[in-house]
Design a protein around this ligand. Structure first.
Ligand code: I3S
Length: 126
C-alpha cells in the first residue's frame, strides 16, 4: 500500500474554471469537468462535449485537463466578488494556480469542500 492510499477519494461532475496560473491571473473559461480526488491529487478532466470530432471512443474522451497536487493548497468558499455564480469554491495551490469550482446544488459542492479540506489536512500529516 502506498503511504497515500488511505486518503479520501471522490469523483463527480462540477463546473470549474482556472483563474490564475503561476501566480498570474488568467481569463475565466467555465466548463463542466469530471473531477477526481485521489491520493491527494485533484484532476479536472476535459468536457467530453469538446472532444475532437470523429473521436468516438468514450474512454479516450475522458482526458485530464488539469492535475493539481493538493499538498500545501487551500480551499474555501469564494467571496462574492470572485463570481456571480452561487456555491463557488476557491482552490489555491502551492504552485500558484487558482481555480473556482461551482455547482448549483449546494450539498454537492459542500461535499467537495469537505473532502478537499480533509485531503489537504491529511497531506500535512504524511
Ligand atoms: O469575473 P468576470 O470576469 O466578470 O467573469 C465572467 C467573464 O469571464 C465572462 O466571460 P467573458 O468576459 O469572456 O464574456 C464569463 O462568461 C462569466 O461566466 C464570468 O463570470 P462568472 O461570474 O460567471 O464567474
Amino acid at each position: 500500500m502506498s503511504p497515500q492510499s488511505h486518503l479520501l477519494e471522490k469523483a463527480g461532475i462540477i463546473n470549474k474554471t482556472k483563474v490564475a496560473e503561476g501566480g498570474k491571473k488568467i481569463r475565466k473559461n467555465w466548463s463542466q469537468s469530471w473531477t477526481v480526488l485521489h491520493g491527494g491529487v485533484l484532476t479536472f478532466h476535459r468536457d467530453p462535449k469538446f472532444a475532437p470530432v470523429g473521436n468516438t471512443s468514450k474512454t479516450s474522451q475522458i482526458v485530464p485537463e488539469f492535475t493539481e497536487d493538493l499538498r500545501g493548497a487551500s480551499v474555501g468558499w469564494a467571496s462574492k466578488d470572485k463570481s456571480s455564480k452561487k456555491n463557488v469554491l476557491e482552490l489555491k495551490t502551492r504552485q500558484g494556480c487558482e481555480y473556482l469550482m461551482q455547482y448549483d446544488t449546494e450539498s454537492i459542492i459542500s461535499d467537495w469542500l469537505k473532502v478537499i479540506q480533509d485531503a489537504i489536512r491529511q497531506l500535512v500529516c504524511t
